[in-house]
Design a protein. Structure first.
Length: 323
């Protein structure tokens, strides 16, 4: 499969600098058996990323020769731990004992990436933590701009700051079955199943004189019909989890406290009467979350707050292609 070949290539490229500095030793049969007999690969990671500018330029001139050439830029990007925003303050009480459990730093750390290959060739990638706690993250960007070829510029967003947590990120590269079931080309598909929060986000939209403060994205909590039977029960009954079992209690916490998203990405056809083929398809199977905004500013003055309780998105399909 092409996707798996790309993974193998990326792994080889990443390993090249280390191999160049190491002494090469031939492997005998016994040593090869030890290598191929492993259950999978785990990569432990801590990092902090800075990008001066990300730029996307539309190079398509369009049918009339008047469209294309403009750029979208994101400036002064910082990606790391929640400490980028919160400082070194502990965050999030995962076990409910009243004491925050995560010591936030500026590093995106405590990550363990498990990679396994199933018997049917599927790549199963699971991003977890070494400690078992959620992964804290932080993100900042000074501005997001639209730019024209003659020097025109509009600042869409400025002063973006956000932090939150990731409790689950499971990725499965399916060799064929999922894409075929979904109506794809059978070349494979990518399933993403994640649980995350945005604990706090703020930004300004200068060209509209609008600002957003205290935006959060969390789980739906206790008042959501998770099993879809039309009867609102306690989350443990809805989800069939035993809160007295530590592992199931943690799963219950993830399901109710974190926004949950499940989607499939694959090559397929356009939607409805579209004649497009071999497009990028994104099928959103489930999104469950609460969205809260503590303050909306218009002209520098707060005009109030708003919430979206029990936001549920499903049966949503996108077909993406160039023009």
């Amino acid at each position: 499969m092409k996707g798996l070949k790309k993974i193998a290539l990326a792994t080889a490229v990443a390993a090249a600098p280390f191999a160049a500095q190491a002494e090469l030793t031939a492997l005998n049969d016994s040593m090869m058996g030890n290598v191929t007999g492993q259950a999978g690969v785990t990569i432990e990671l801590e990092t902090q990323v800075s990008i001066g500018q990300f730029r996307y330029t539309d190079t398509d001139s369009g049918a009339t020769g008047e469209i294309g050439g403009g750029s979208f830029t994101v400036n002064d990007i910082e990606l790391g731990g929640a400490g980028l925003i919160t400082g070194a303050n502990p965050i999030f009480d995962i076990d409910g004992d009243g004491t925050p459990d995560i010591a936030a730093t500026e590093l995106l750390d405590d990550l363990a990436i498990n990679i396994d290959l199933a018997s049917d060739g599927d790549a199963v990638i699971s991003v977890k933590t070494i400690s078992g706690l959620p992964i804290d993250w932080g993100f900042t960007a000074s501005s997001m701009n639209l730019e024209g070829t003659a020097g025109e510029s509009t600042t869409l967003i400025s002063g973006m700051k956000a932090w939150g947590m990731v409790a689950k990120l499971d990725i499965r590269v399916d060799t064929e079955d999922a894409a075929t079931t979904l109506g794809g080309t059978g070349d494979g598909s990518l399933n993403i199943d994640t649980a995350f929060t945005v604990n706090n986000m703020e930004f300004d939209v200068p060209f509209l004189a609008v600002g957003v403060r205290g935006l959060s994205v969390t789980g739906a909590g206790d008042n959501f019909d998770y099993n879809g039977d039309g009867v609102l029960e306690t989350p443990e009954v809805e989800l069939g989890l035993d809160p007295t079992d530590p592992a199931q209690a943690k799963a219950l916490k993830v399901a109710t406290s974190f926004a949950n998203v499940n989607m499939d990405v694959y090559k397929g056809n356009g939607l409805g009467a579209s004649a497009k083929t071999d497009v990028l398809r994104v099928d959103v199977n489930d999104v469950i979350m609460d969205v809260n905004v503590a303050g909306v500013l218009v002209g520098g003055t707060s005009v109030g707050s708003f919430t979206m309780d029990n936001l549920h998105i499903q049966n949503t399909k996108l077909a993406i292609y160039g023009h």
